[in-house]
Write a protein that binds this ligand. Structure first.
Ligand SMILES: NC(=O)c1ccc[n+]([C@@H]2O[C@H](COP(=O)([O-])OP(=O)(O)OC[C@H]3O[C@@H](n4cnc5c(N)ncnc54)[C@H](O)[C@@H]3O)[C@@H](O)[C@H]2O)c1
Ligand SMILES: [Zn+2]
Length: 369
């Protein structure tokens, strides 16, 4: 007899609109049970068109429980997060007579989640949605928190809303078809939670990265759950990102975003750029006197094991500083960063100078890997 998988649960405790995230392998068949309080079973599945098998599994699980299904497959990826690309989806919903009682199911990576969440929040002034993230990055990060977005020619994620899902289902079987780079990108975000919140989690991740374990390491389900607990914890305290508490989730992202942008979003997956960004943030933490040289080198050696593209030689500390100046992130010659004072203990530092950036860059270059 096939052993039934154990489903892990994370509660996102928002006043008036709490929801659950379920994590496990072969758990789609259980999903209708988690949605049984819904009065109308009208499902509109906005999905990454390339994920045929995942879509079939979702449909079959919903059909068995009497859901009426309308499929809206789309071309996933960053290019879908575009005003004009999502416009026809509203047409499909209208033609299918989706009413206020419709439930949108977003099946795909973060690009689908961000755009389908945005559609759900604006269609008929807002309908309910369920997230079914299919990349590790989306499972540990973008699927929780309710930030929805499309891009503008002048920048990423500039048009969006806060619209929490009703349920998120992280089916780990979906991850089996991901490329190793996509997996490593997700690991980048997981390591972030360990570094800034949870020394035990960081150590357990460190111990599971042996040989080829980057692709399918031990304790994957548990690691996803722990990551989500931290994300949910921060989101519950600062749902609308107004208190500055969510900024800690951006550890490593200032440098990571600059690296992504300066390389035209072509050379690095997001989590790969964040891994470099976290190595930079560790170096800067040492330069600013928050973190000992010994601990920095210890933590850095774990991150340096990740098989990611090397830093392009043309990307220098000066480029990074110029990028930040253009982004208007430099005020009176000083910059704001989330840094680390020890494992699991972040610190906000608004007194970083250009000279500090250069010193940190030199440290990073001198480190192996
Ligand atoms: N809302 C938030 O809080 C938040 C947080 C972090 C990132 N994001 C957003 O998430 C997006 C990135 O997400 P992503 O990395 O998941 O990218 P993505 O959705 O573009 O997916 C990456 C690629 O993986 C493919 N793919 C997806 N699932 C697959 C599977 N199971 N097997 C094989 N291939 C699969 C997709 O077709 C695509 O080519 C960005 O747009 C970013 O802005 C949002
Ligand atoms: Zn990120």
């Amino acid at each position: 007899m096939k052993r039934r998988s154990q489903t892990l649960r994370v509660r996102v405790d928002l006043p008036g609109r709490p929801y659950d995230v379920r994590v496990g392998s072969s758990i789609l068949s259980e999903m209708p049970g988690w949605l049984k309080s819904r009065k109308n079973k009208k499902a509109f599945i906005i999905s990454d068109q390339s994920l045929t098998a995942a879509r079939q599994k979702l449909k079959s699980s919903l059909k068995k429980s009497g859901w009426e299904i309308t499929e809206i497959p789309v071309q996933a990826g960053e290019s879908f997060k575009d005003w004009q690309k999502i416009y026809p989806v509203y047409g499909e919903l209208l033609r299918a007579k989706a009413g206020r009682d419709a439930t949108i199911f977003a099946l795909g990576g973060g690009s689908i989640g961000d755009a389908a969440g945005f559609i759900a929040s604006t269609y008929l002034r807002g309908v309910d949605w369920v997230g079914l993230p299919t990349t590790l990055l989306a499972q540990v990060d973008s699927s929780v928190g309710g930030k929805t977005a499309v891009n503008h020619a002048l920048g990423k994620n500039l048009i969006g809303t806060f619209h929490q899902p009703k349920l998120v289902v992280c089916e780990t079987d979906f991850l089996k078809t991901l490329s190793s780079r996509e997996m490593i990108s997700g690991w980048g975000e997981m390591i972030k939670y360990g570094l800034v919140f949870d020394s035990r989690f960081f150590k357990s991740l460190r111990d599971s990265f042996t040989d080829n374990a980057w692709l399918f390491p031990a304790h994957l389900r548990k690691s996803i759950q722990t990551s989500l607990k931290w994300k949910a914890h921060v989101v519950a305290q600062d749902e609308f990102d107004r208190k500055g508490l969510r900024e800690v989730l951006n550890f490593g992202h200032t440098f990571g975003h600059a690296l992504e942008a300066e390389t035209g979003y072509l050379e690095f997956q997001h989590g790969e750029a964040v891994l470099w960004g976290m190595r930079f943030a560790l170096a800067l933490s040492q330069v600013r006197g928050h973190l000992s040289a010994h601990l920095r080198s210890d933590l850095d050696s774990v991150l340096a094991q990740a098989p990611i593209p090397r830093l392009p030689s043309q990307f220098t500390g000066r480029d990074f500083f110029q990028h930040m100046s253009q982004d208007k992130k430099v005020r009176n010659g000083r910059l704001h960063f989330v840094l680390l004072k020890s494992l699991g203990k972040p610190i906000s530092d608004s007194k970083v100078t250009e000279a500090d950036l250069h010193a940190a860059f030199a440290l990073l270059k001198a480190a192996r890997g």
